[in-house]
Design a protein around this ligand. Structure first.
Ligand code: URA
Length: 205
């Protein structure tokens, strides 16, 4: 699959991979989107975080996790004692999927065909970065990495062995925390998220 994606040469760097992905037409999501939002961070990062797909602000900025979910993620990362600059941050799907509603663009969940179409990019990011720890944020990321349906509540917070000497680790998506209706649940779930991130960092130590 990687072979037909990248013809005869595999990119030797994430930067080269990102240049290739800028012209990706593997699924129809590229067309209404502003641009490909590729992963970013050090190629030698020990930790990789995988989200779902870029949101409205990421689509405009061309960078992952810079909008509201990204700001919450940044705060939790900091509280867990992790340096975001040292983390490679990416998404399962590299284009923003949305439905126009007036002037607004409403986020739509990527379906399995879009996750599958985008999977070679994530596979290449993993091959190049070879993280010791791969943190999956939410069910879409977990499906993209593990290739099956994952119930976050059942599998969160404990290491899942992956190929290539990588430990997988599942937790919630920060957008889930933003959507919680009451403050008490928000506080509780945010604390559990920070606890998961802290646990993930400790696995690296
Ligand atoms: N949500 C994601 O999953 N990824 C982003 O980059 C932004 C929001």
């Amino acid at each position: 699959a990687i072979g037909d994606l990248l013809a005869d040469t595999l990119p030797a760097s994430v930067a080269a991979l990102a240049r290739d992905a800028a012209g990706c037409r593997r699924c129809p999501l590229w067309q209404p989107a502003t641009q490909t939002v590729f992963g970013e961070g050090p190629q030698d990062a020990a930790m990789m975080m995988v989200g779902e797909q870029p949101g409205d602000q990421e689509d405009l900025a061309g960078r992952p996790f810079v909008g509201p979910a990204g700001q919450l993620l940044d705060r939790a990362i900091r509280e867990a004692g992790i340096d975001r600059q040292a983390v490679y941050v990416t998404n399962a799907v590299k284009h923003f999927k949305f439905e126009p509603r007036g002037k607004r663009r409403i986020h739509q969940k990527p379906d399995n065909s879009e996750i599958t179409a985008c999977a070679p990019w994530l596979a290449e990011e993993r091959r190049l970065v070879r993280p010791a720890l791969l943190l999956m944020l939410g069910a879409t990321a977990a499906r993209a990495v593990l290739g099956r349906t994952v119930t976050i509540s059942r599998e969160r917070g404990r290491p899942i062995p992956l190929e290539g000497n990588t430990q997988g680790f599942v937790t919630v998506h920060p957008s889930y925390l933003l959507r919680l209706p009451d403050e008490e649940a928000k506080r509780r779930e945010y604390a559990a998220f920070v606890a998961d991130l802290t646990h993930a960092r400790e696995l690296l130590a």
